[in-house]
Design a protein around this ligand. Sequence first.
Ligand code: GLA
Length: 392
Amino acid sequence: MADLCALKKEFEKIYGEGGEIRFFASPGRVNLIGEHTDYNGGFVFPAAISAESTVAVRKREDRIVRLKATDLDGIVTLDLDKIGDYKDINYGNYQAGVLDELMKDGYILTGADLLYEDSVPHGSGLSSSAAIEVVTAKIFSTFSGEMGGKEANKTELALIGQRAENKYVGVNCGIMDQFASANGEKNMAMFLKCDTLECEMVPAEIGDCKLVLSNTNKKHKLGASAYNERRSQCEEGFRLLHEVMPEKTCLGEITPAEFEAHKDVIKDEIVKSRVTHVIYEDDRVLKSVEALKKGDIATFGQYLNQSHASLKDLYEVTGVELDTLAETAQTVPGVIGSRMTGAGFGGCTVSIVKNDAIDNFIETVGKIYKEKIGYEASFYIFDIGDGARELK
Ligand code: GLA
């Protein structure tokens, strides 16, 4: 957890002393399995991690919101009455997007000074942006409640964050990251059906193993455009399947057997591959959750490996960096399973590794990665932590 005393001192140095300074936090996430299924109304299985966005905040009397990040120079000033104007700023557009959505939703907003300390590594695919969106929504919705306005529940916090990202930042993401950040619970993974937002908390018990995250540290990613392209390919595939299965409302409702019976309506091979991934990935989530509940970690790990292969071959969102990490990991003794996590094109893999094999895992995978890719990977072991909250 962030050092709140140090954060308070830094806050006072930047914004001055006095008034009531409060602290809020919201985490990043790791998705165990269920990738690129969320925007298809399918299943995902994420958990919140102990890396988070922690914010020191003090209300102001006016309509000005000032933002500063501990690892960035400069203070960004937003005027709540011109909140639509900040889409192109380098830092602060996630927060501005959230404020815009809160305002459109009828929350009562106040000005405030905020200092963000982010321990989710940026660009790691561990949802540093969702952490910032959800903590910002939590802060201003709490203030709204205190001023007699509406206050958001956890699901609403997630939806506000997602809309900010879709409409303001321009990434057509699904609900998984923001939902996990808002709803996380210590040592629990969230088995979430993304069209209804029904969620079951499942103990993330992986025996004598830990989740090890390996970061490709890849700098230039395809990012938003490739993500949005995958999403429209899925929409195209669903449009065709819907013509022969009009009762279905999304790909997430179609079983593998139903898909096999009708898949020939999709003529475009790329679109067919994308949809094949989604249908079988969804099925893997169901089976993985069952395996985990039974304590069958070995089977759970096999589904992780299959998920990676499908994301590589059918969905084509991995790349040589993620493939090197995951495929090397899968050959290391004591590794139960390994796959990319998040959107892909860079970012992290998640591996389930036996405790006594972790040192060798990091050394072996790190060495092979450096040899093949030319720069270092980073490795993290996070706890599974709580979702958005005020820190008292
Ligand atoms: C990103 C998006 C999520 C989800 C994943 C892929 O993290 O923000 O909504 O689509 O990619 O599973």
